[in-house]
Design a binder for this molecule. Structure first.
Ligand code: MTE
Ligand code: MO
Length: 255
């Protein structure tokens, strides 16, 4: 059988990509040409294609008419912390987001800084494991914009989000979450500062909350105070990468 060169090239490329992917290498999936090769669908082994397509796929987006009349709050509705409440009393003018860890250029961003960066708006469905869903319109700064400013080191594998709300009365354990670099660079992953065209309400995570659309509700960290890039999280808090994960929820809550 005659196999054109391009086909040969592609099948070798894809075989390699499959291995890289299984080895946890995210580099290829961030490159534009690779995504284009993938979407050509040419010569792809079914398994690799399935795996990659799922990890690159967009969550469904809806239209204004689908919006839920009220986007309910779940979990914390007002962080029980003096620091947070004084920031809130001043409309978060003094709030600063620290982004550090395994990056070349740690940086802090004010809310104004974040709002000055390119923004994105999307209407998506939020699914909570407690059995409710809501459709909301989110506006925010794509996380990849932030990452392009701080420049993650090659060994960074996860993005940690540390939140303002204490989860125990003694104030030691705060809500936190983590995602991998694949979700971090996904076009729909954002730090949202608006819900349904208005300033994000406190009950939904002001001043910013994560939207990571292909994942269940508990991954969408609200009240984010600090972001840290790490290569592992087994030494952080309960070691499972998130507040609910530490008590048994799946770390990977996506498709
Ligand atoms: N900081 C923080 N983030 C959080 C939570 C929380 O209690 N604290 N609850 C999570 C859960 S279980 C869900 S379903 C969503 C709820 O978001 P909402 O309050 O905007 O509905 O936020 C998630 N992020
Ligand atoms: Mo949830």
């Amino acid at each position: 059988m005659h196999i054109p060169n391009r086909r040969k090239f592609l099948s070798r490329l894809v075989a390699g990509a499959g291995l890289a992917l299984l080895a946890g290498c995210d580099k290829l999936s961030h490159s534009k040409w690779f995504t284009e090769v993938l979407s050509s669908g040419e010569s792809l082994s079914k398994n690799v294609h399935h795996l990659m397509a799922n990890r690159k796929s967009m969550a469904q987006e809806f239209s204004e008419k689908d919006l839920s009349p009220d986007f309910r709050s779940n979990g914390t509705a007002m962080p029980n912390s003096a620091e947070y409440q004084s920031l809130a009393n001043n409309d978060f003018a003094d709030w600063k987001l620290e982004v550090g860890g395994l990056v070349e250029q740690p940086q802090t961003f004010t809310l104004e800084d974040l709002q000055a960066l390119p923004s994105r708006t999307q209407i998506t469905r939020h699914d909570c494991v407690e059995g409710w869903s809501a459709i909301g319109k989110w506006t925010g700064v794509p996380l990849h914009e932030i990452l392009s400013h701080v420049k993650p080191l090659k060994r960074a594998r996860y993005v940690m989000f540390y939140c303002a709300d204490p989860m125990e009365d003694d104030g030691t354990q705060h809500y936190y979450e983590s995602i991998d670099m694949n979700d971090a660079y996904h076009p729909q992953t954002m730090l949202a500062y608006q819900l349904n065209g208005k300033t994000l309400p406190i009950k939904n995570g002001a001043p910013i909350r994560l939207r990571v659309e292909r994942q269940l509700g508990y991954k969408h960290a609200k009240y984010i105070m600090r972001i840290e890039l790490v290569d592992k999280f087994d030494q952080i808090a309960g070691g499972k990468g998130g507040y609910w994960e530490d008590s048994g929820y799946e770390w990977y809550a996506g498709i």
